[in-house]
Design a protein around this ligand. Structure first.
Ligand SMILES: C[S@@+](CC[C@H](N)C(=O)[O-])C[C@H]1O[C@@H](n2cnc3c(N)ncnc32)[C@H](O)[C@@H]1O
Length: 367
């Protein structure tokens, strides 16, 4: 067990990924698979490869991507004296995200689109597969037939990205926790995406990585985090709106999203709010027992408050109680389903769909 704890600590140090005790059995299996042959260095690289979750597909979280203002971005690049937009997809897994961006840029500008896209991932295996650019139906399920015909070629039972899109994208291995940001030799970027990566990190690592991604932006550049990742940022970065009638959106560097369709406003101070804030503060201070206490109190006053149920799940995870965490996340999904999108927006900029996505991601990683 001590060895496994050391291995988990190594994985955390090297990659930012948190593996709690309930996941140690899986870690043991990963270590067995990784350790069959090779040097200690290759063993460690393979171990990180084994424990990273690489689920991804073309056009993922398309609502967010459809809000990219390609023309404005090109205008900004030109103001900076460049003829091409520069994009970084950090934690791109097997490449579907950067190729999706190449596709969207091509749809916006025609061919050849004035963009260069860098896709990076900690996993050497994922980067290799991204360079191959050939995908099974699971990855390409969201692509319509005209897109398939125009931008892909059949490769047996897979679809391969056509050369015109490939020409816009390069790949490199890069560790967000250990390596310089922007990656060595790369200038800053007009757009940085880091989606569904931070959900596997602890709060402190999330904040550190987000800060280094922000430093990788060109002036006026934008950072796009995944919906679920936004929820995993530290409490210090979560802005809680005052209980007044109109809440002004807080300006931020990340690209704005359209408001969720049916989110109720907060008419007057809620008794749940101080408990909720207490819970967040305890969670960030690494005190899960007190966080659980406060968040349960918040839910006593506001049983429909999915954001509190979500944070309760995180607190249970921190306390090493995955069963209770799963129940809390399941409650998030049930509440959101029953409320059909009506939920108090206690967390500024966090939409109901984001809470659902985050709960689903956590449930998946606890499965
Ligand atoms: C679930 S995939 C996300 C892929 C894509 N961004 C998306 O949203 O579909 C998460 C990826 O993050 C990568 N990752 C995890 N830790 C990392 C780190 N420290 N540095 C870079 N990539 C990392 C994993 O290898 C994995 O490929």
């Amino acid at each position: 067990m001590t060895d496994l704890r050391e291995l988990a600590a190594f994985v955390h140090r090297e990659s930012g990924i948190v593996l709690r005790e309930p996941q140690h059995e899986a870690l043991q299996a990963a270590a067995d698979r990784a350790g069959a042959s090779g040097t200690p260095h290759t063993f460690l690289q393979r171990l990180v490869d084994e424990v990273t979750v690489k689920e991804t597909y073309f056009l993922r979280e398309m609502q967010q991507l459809s809000e990219i203002d390609w023309y404005e971005m090109l205008a900004r690049a030109r103001r900076a004296g460049r003829e091409r937009i520069r994009i970084w997809s950090a934690g791109c897994a097997t490449g579907e995200e950067p190729y999706t961006l190449a596709l969207l840029a091509t749809q916006a500008f025609g061919e050849p689109a004035p963009v260069t896209i860098l896709g990076t991932d900690i996993s050497a295996r994922a980067v290799e597969s991204a360079r191959r650019g050939s995908y099974r139906p699971r990855s390409t399920r969201e692509l319509d037939s005209s897109t398939r015909q125009r931008h892909f070629v059949d490769a047996r039972d897979e679809l391969a990205v056509a050369e015109r899109l490939r020409a816009l994208v390069t790949f490199a291995q890069h560790n967000l926790v250990r390596d310089p940001c922007p990656p060595l030799g790369e200038p800053t970027f007009d757009l940085v995406l880091c989606r569904n990566v931070l959900i596997y990190f602890d709060g402190e690592t999330v904040d550190r990585v987000v800060a280094s991604l922000e430093r990788s932006l060109a002036p006026e550049g934008e950072l796009l985090l995944g919906a679920a990742d936004t929820l995993c940022r530290g409490a210090g970065r979560l802005r809680v709106p005052k209980p007044v009638k109109a809440v002004k959106p807080v300006p931020r560097r990340s690209a704005p999203r359209k408001p969720a369709p049916a989110v109720a406003s907060i008419p007057e101070p809620l008794p749940s709010e101080p408990h909720f804030l207490d819970g967040l503060a305890h969670l960030e201070a690494g005190n899960p027992a007190a966080a659980i206490d406060a968040l349960r109190r918040a839910l006593y006053f506001a049983p429909r408050l999915a954001a509190a149920a979500f944070q309760l799940g995180r607190a249970y995870e921190l306390a090493g109680d995955p069963g209770a965490a799963r129940r809390a996340y399941a409650q998030v999904l049930r509440t959101l389903e029953a409320e059909e999108g009506v939920n108090e927006p206690l967390l500024d900029q966090v939409e109901v769909a984001d809470i659902a996505a985050a709960a689903q991601a956590r449930l998946g990683s606890l499965a």
